[in-house]
Design a binder for this molecule. Structure first.
Ligand SMILES: N[C@@H](CCC(=O)N[C@@H](CS)C(=O)NCC(=O)O)C(=O)O
Length: 218
């Protein structure tokens, strides 16, 4: 098995896949793609050949000649392929649908609106300043956090979906990291803060965190 993950330390989508790889107890090589230096390495020709979306992460399994994009698709693939480690997608179909629903509440309804390329467009074409950009990010994260708090009130236990880890926890932790970075007041989200803390007590989450990556620039 020879897995390579192309990612960026602060990218929440890359962070999701790093957590999943750790929870599945898989070794991998981390290839850093700098998203801001020199106009962004995601826009260079060699990375475009690997991922025409010009986004991270990209997952490569050389032994099986597999290249995958989209963090949730990668996580589901890993979970189906490898029995070892945590089961991230439940086997019962209704549980599975709910885990996907709550994961997508974060990965589809929050992160894409606050992604780097959206913020760059707000700046270049609509002349938003840093204060307005930060307010934009906080607004969409808070709207998303309000929604998932309500849904998790009836679903969570120690973790987002009851008492076992799932793909939702893998999505929540990077989104809380992003929220803290942009100044969301997590005191307004005690349930999410508690679930985040429970995950961060686990090595697989801590080792995947941005500040522990080889390309961390802090
Ligand atoms: N839906 C994609 C999102 C990928 C994505 O938005 N990646 C961001 C970092 S979190 C990125 O590469 N941004 C670069 C840019 O906006 O230029 C996934 O889940 O993998």
């Amino acid at each position: 098995m020879s897995i390579r993950l192309y990612g960026y330390w602060r990218s929440s989508a890359s962070y999701r896949v790093r957590i999943a790889l750790n929870l599945k107890q898989l070794d991998y090589d981390y290839c850093a793609v700098h998203l801001t230096e020199d106009g962004g390495e995601q826009h260079k020709e060699d990375y475009f050949q690997l991922n025409p979306s010009k986004l991270v992460p990209t997952f490569v399994d050389e032994d099986d000649d597999i290249t995958l994009h989209q963090s949730l698709a990668i996580i589901e693939y890993l979970d189906e392929k490898y029995d070892q480690g945590e089961e991230l997608i439940p086997s019962h179909k209704l549980d599975r649908a709910r885990v996907r629903m709550l994961s997508q509440d974060i990965a589809c309804d929050i992160q894409p609106i606050v992604n780097l390329r959206v913020l760059k467009k707000l700046k270049s074409d609509y002349h938003a300043d840093d204060k307005q950009i930060n307010a934009w990010v906080r607004h969409w994260i808070e709207k998303g956090f309000d929604a998932i708090t309500k849904k998790l009130e009836t679903r969570s236990g120690k973790f987002c979906y009851g008492y076992s880890l799932s793909m939702i926890d893998v999505c929540l932790v990077p989104q809380v990291y992003g929220a803290l970075r942009f100044g969301v007041n997590m005191a307004d989200y005690p349930l999410l803060q508690r679930l985040y803390n429970n995950c961060m007590a686990i090595d697989a989450f801590r080792e995947a965190s941005p500040e522990n990556q080889s390309d961390a620039d802090i």
